[in-house]
Each structure stands twice: as C-alpha cells, then as structure tokens.
Ligand binder design. Structure first.
Ligand code: HXC
Ligand code: NAP
Length: 301
C-alpha cells in the first residue's frame, strides 16, 4: 500500500517521535522522514535508536537524530528538548513511548503500576510541557499527536495502569487543545487497534510470539476484529501524517480510532482473558519477564 501524500509534504518540518526506535514510533518516524521532515527519536536503548536513525536516514535522505532519554525523568526530558531546540524549534511532537503488560490487577504491586504509569501518564505530560512552553514562548505554531488506545473510552481490563494513563492523556489532549489553541498549538490523538509489534506482542499476547503467526488471521486479535485482520502499518502512517501536516488546522482535541471498528463491535480490549487460569497467568508472567529482561539488558539509561 503506497503513501497517500505528496513526497515533499512535510519538508521543512522538525518532528520528535518518542519511542521512535521501534514499532509504531519507528513506522511514523520513517513516514515523516519519507515526506521530507527532519526527525528526532528518543528512548532508553542507545544501540536500538542508533540503528533505526541510520536506517531511516540512509533510505530517506534526511537527518535523523537519536537521543537517549528516559521520559520518566523530568530533568532528562528538559535536557533532551532543550538540546533539540538549541538546533532549532520543533514543529511536532508524537507521544508514542509507552510501557505495558497484561496482568490481573490484583497481582500488581505499586512498582508494577508505576512502571507503566510513570512512562505513559507522567512521561508523556513532561514531554508535552517541555515542548509546549517553548512553543508558547517563541510564538511558534505546533502540533502534538499522542498514541492512545480505544480503552480510553471503555476501560482496559487486565491492562488497568495503561488504560488509566492513556485515559489521562486523552483528557490532556482535550484540555490543552483548548488552553493552547490561542497559541496555534493543536493536540490530537490516535487510538490504534491491534498493529502487531514485537514490543506489544511480547507483553500483551506473549503466547503468539512463539509461532510465526504474529498478526496472521489466526491471531486472536484478527479473529475478534470485524474486518478479520489487524492493522496495516501504512494505514497508521497515513493517519499520523494527516494529523501532522498543514491543512487541517481547525482539527484539534480529537482522538481518532483506527481499529477496523473493533472497539464499536466488541470493545477491543482484553475482557476475554477472564477465562485464564492461575497456571496460565503464571506462565504469561514468566514469558513477559523474559522479554523485559532481554530489553533491559540493552538499555543505556
Ligand atoms: C505483574 C509485572 C509484570 C507482569 C513486570 N512487573 N512485569 N507485574 N505482571 N507481567 C512488575 C515487576 O514485578 C516490578 O514490580 C515492576 O513491574 C517493575 O518491573 P521492571 O522490570 O523493573 O520495570 P521497568 O524496568 O521499569 O520496565 C517497564 C516495563 C517494561 C513497562 C515493565 O515492560 C518496559 O520497559 N516496556 C517498554 C516497552 C513496552 O512495554 N512496549 C509495549 C507497549 S504496547 P516489583 O514490585 O516486583 O518490583 C501498548 C499496546 C497497547 O501499550 C494496545 C494494544 C492493542
Ligand atoms: P514498542 O515497540 O515496545 O514501543 C514502545 C517504545 O517506547 C520503545 O521504543 C521504547 O524504547 C519506548 N520507551 C518505553 N519506555 C520509555 C521511557 N521511559 N523513555 C523513553 N522511551 C521509552 O511498542 P509499540 O507497539 O510500537 O507501541 C507504541 C505505541 O503504540 C505505544 O504508545 C502503545 O501504547 C501504542 N499502541 C500500540 C498498539 C499495537 O497494537 N502495537 C495498539 C494501541 C496502541 P526503550 O525501551 O528503548 O526505551
């Protein structure tokens, strides 16, 4: 599926994608770069960011800067954003970085809750604030897109810290769309349905990582979706460009689902996990732990 847009649509724009080293963040960063934007990506794993930045920059012929930053740490966010603005103001921010895993809520420790909410709820706010105050000071028109989930509308059983945090960002989007409209700053959000990525599937659908079927029509996410399939990355890439580009300046404060109507049909969340046994949950937790440990070993901060 080709891009829907003119190849120089985003030329001259400077965009930061948090968590842009992997998954959906990498896809969106690549699409923006393909349409001519200069890109910054941030995350905690230096080598992962370096590799992605080199790959995109080589294929798309634009500057892509990898920055190591743990968005849970407000000082690190300030340093990172200041470093970028020293080179020139950003035009766009994509709050894409997140942490998540499925768990019965009764099994969560306070640290387990904070492991997710500190990244999603607090980290995304720190990023939005660090950029927003600079845009307001410089009287610079700008654009924020936050990547949410459809659970912001109906709740997220077995993913409660994520659902609560994303719901908070949904309200942030609506609140700041109003508060910052006079400054020319737009805030919108995307609520994707299932778009298989290694990071999400290892933590939300760990059994399916064992087979080659991640995202195939045999995958549970496909079976329950009215369209009988998961999302295609190009579909998400197109929506992320539409919201970032000039031309829909009157569009702000909206959260748009891109989920094959999964939310409307059946809620699109993990309610079906109520069937799992204690033993199932023990083995899921072990699988997620293995994935977490492997990723942690690659972290730079
Ligand atoms: C219960 C768990 C657990 C599990 C971890 N914990 N996994 N509790 N069940 N499966 C608990 C630990 O026991 C510990 O608490 C606490 O969480 C912190 O664990 P750490 O490993 O030290 O956390 P940390 O190093 O901060 O890593 C954060 C992380 C990790 C969220 C746990 O997974 C991460 O960095 N993820 C980033 C990438 C990611 O998650 N991508 C998926 C996004 S997908 P105790 O008390 O024991 O010390 C997404 C998709 C949504 O959001 C929509 C799909 C349709
Ligand atoms: P992913 O590949 O695991 O992406 C998460 C990214 O966030 C990683 O690059 C990770 O990099 C970064 N990150 C995590 N904690 C961070 C921190 N403290 N500081 C900086 N960066 C951090 O998973 P994904 O599926 O692409 O998810 C991307 C976004 O889409 C998330 O917001 C997710 O909730 C949303 N989403 C995904 C789906 C789906 O089906 N895939 C559906 C709905 C919504 P490091 O580990 O190197 O820091």
């Amino acid at each position: 599926m080709p891009s829907m847009f003119r190849s120089d649509l985003l030329k001259g724009k400077r965009i930061l994608v948090t968590g842009g080293g992997t998954g959906l963040g990498k896809e969106m960063a690549d699409e923006y770069a393909m349409l001519g934007a200069e890109i910054y990506i941030c995350g905690r794993r230096g080598p992962v960011l370096e590799e992605t930045a080199q790959e995109i920059s080589k294929t798309r012929g634009v500057k892509v800067t990898p920055l190591i930053c743990d968005i849970r740490v407000p000082e690190a966010v300030e340093d990172t954003v200041q470093r970028i603005f020293n080179e020139g103001p950003l035009d766009g921010l994509v709050n894409n970085a997140a942490g998540n895993f499925i768990s019965r809520t009764k099994d969560l420790s306070p640290r387990g809750f904070m492991a997710i909410s500190d990244i999603v709820f607090r980290g995304s706010f720190f990023m939005t604030l660090a950029c927003g105050k600079r845009w307001i000071e410089a009287k610079q028109k700008a654009n924020v897109i936050s990547i949410l989930t459809t659970w912001v509308w109906n709740g997220g059983p077995f993913t409660v810290p994520s659902a609560m945090s994303k719901a908070g960002l949904n309200v942030m989007t609506k609140s700041l769309a109003v508060e910052w409209a006079p400054y020319g700053i737009r805030l919108n959000a995307i609520a994707p349905g299932p778009f298989p990525t290694k990071g999400a599937w290892e933590r939300l659908n760990p059994g399916s990582m064992r087979s080659k079927e991640m995202g195939s029509t045999e995958d549970a996410s496909s079976q329950t979706n009215p369209m009988g399939r998961v999302g295609e990355m190009q579909e998400l890439r197109n929506l992320a460009v539409f919201l970032m580009a000039d031309g829909v300046d009157y569009l702000s404060g909206e959260t748009i689902a891109i989920d094959g109507a999964g939310f409307l049909a059946g809620g699109g969340n993990f309610s079906q996990l109520a069937k799992l046994t204690d033993a199932d949950w023990d083995s899921i937790r072990e699988m997620i732990k293995g994935a977490n440990e492997k990723d942690k070993a690659k972290r730079t901060v």
